[in-house]
Write a new protein. Structure first.
Length: 310
């Protein structure tokens, strides 16, 4: 990386001006070298978001980002609920990338997070693995975590971890959806390996702990995806037997030979799992469940994020 230094023997006032230019040149050099550095070592990205309730609505009270994760602004199509879109400008995660999302929702706050498009994990380069760690903490507030599907390209080597920590009178509705391969091109996961961790906790007590490894064998085996390319898990807390029956009614109207969708109640956690031939079909099924259950679970009718319509 080039470093520019002012020439000795120049009057102080001129040196000061040159110093300003030098600083800018060094910044420009860093920016020009950033793509090459990212290609060599991977992007290191962090996004911190904190939501707080005031007298009228939920505010995005804190936002910090380093690297290729960010949000631009909050939206309010849903009354006091704060809608935020998590953006990954590079468009896809590559080998060596290490991304972290940390979300905190305070008391009485209500936030809805989604993404503007499907996430993508590209094929492995060398021995480096791509990682995405998502920690969602809700302290007597409400969080709706509704990301669009994640596509894992053939030969991808990735680890995705999502941990939801609830405290007190918290409410949560969310999902994770994966597409393993490129079905439109008739390409599977090939030599790739995807490791997924999904956890839901309430006041330090585990409600759901899930570990899944998807490789070529698991994608085809009957105990795995059985040849289907998409799988997803939807969770809602707290839920009751009445919510379960409502969810099963919606699931029965959606399930067919291309989509298998089943719902169960684990304590107060509603858990719906789905397998499908296409990720968009699975995502639409989860949206139908969210639309049908939101009023009963969260006390608000469904207002879809505007970004879903673009």
């Amino acid at each position: 990386m080039p470093v520019y230094e002012p020439t000795e023997g120049i009057p102080p006032n001129i040196v000061h001006e040159i110093g300003d230019v030098t600083e800018q040149l060094n910044r420009d050099a860093n920016l020009m070298n950033a793509p090459a550095q990212a290609a060599a070592t991977g992007w290191q990205g962090l996004l911190e978001l904190q939501f707080a309730a005031d007298q009228t609505r939920t505010r995005l009270a804190h936002r910090l980002h380093r690297g290729p994760l960010m949000v631009q602004r909050a939206f309010y199509p849903d009354g006091p609920v704060c809608h935020v879109y998590v953006i990954h400008p590079p468009g896809g995660v590559v080998s060596g990338d290490d991304l972290s999302l940390q979300v905190d929702v305070g008391a009485r706050a209500h936030a809805l997070l989604t993404t503007p498009a499907a996430g993508k994990f590209y094929r492995r380069l060398g021995a480096r693995r791509a990682t995405l760690t998502q920690t969602l903490r809700i302290d007597a507030g409400t969080l709706e975590w509704l990301p669009q599907e994640t596509i894992y390209y053939p030969n991808a080597d990735a680890t995705l971890s999502t941990v939801i920590e609830l405290r007190g009178e918290s409410r949560f509705f969310g999902w994770e959806i994966g597409c393993f391969g490129l079905p439109a091109s008739e390409l599977g996961i090939a030599e790739g390996c995807i490791r997924q961790r999904l956890e839901l906790w309430h006041d330090g007590v585990p409600l759901l702990l899930e570990r899944v490894t998807i490789d070529a064998a698991a994608a085809q085996a009957r105990w795995g995806l059985a040849g289907r390319v998409s799988a997803g898990t939807l969770m809602a807390f707290p839920a009751s037997a009445a919510h379960l029956e409502q969810a099963r009614g919606i699931a029965a109207s959606l399930s067919d030979s291309d989509l298998l969708l089943a719902c169960t109640l684990i304590g107060k956690t509603l858990c719906c799992r789905a397998y499908a031939e296409r990720a968009d079909r699975l995502k639409q099924a989860f949206i139908e469940l969210w639309s049908g259950l939101r009023a009963a679970l969260l006390g608000r009718t469904a207002v879809a994020p505007r970004i879903w319509k673009t």
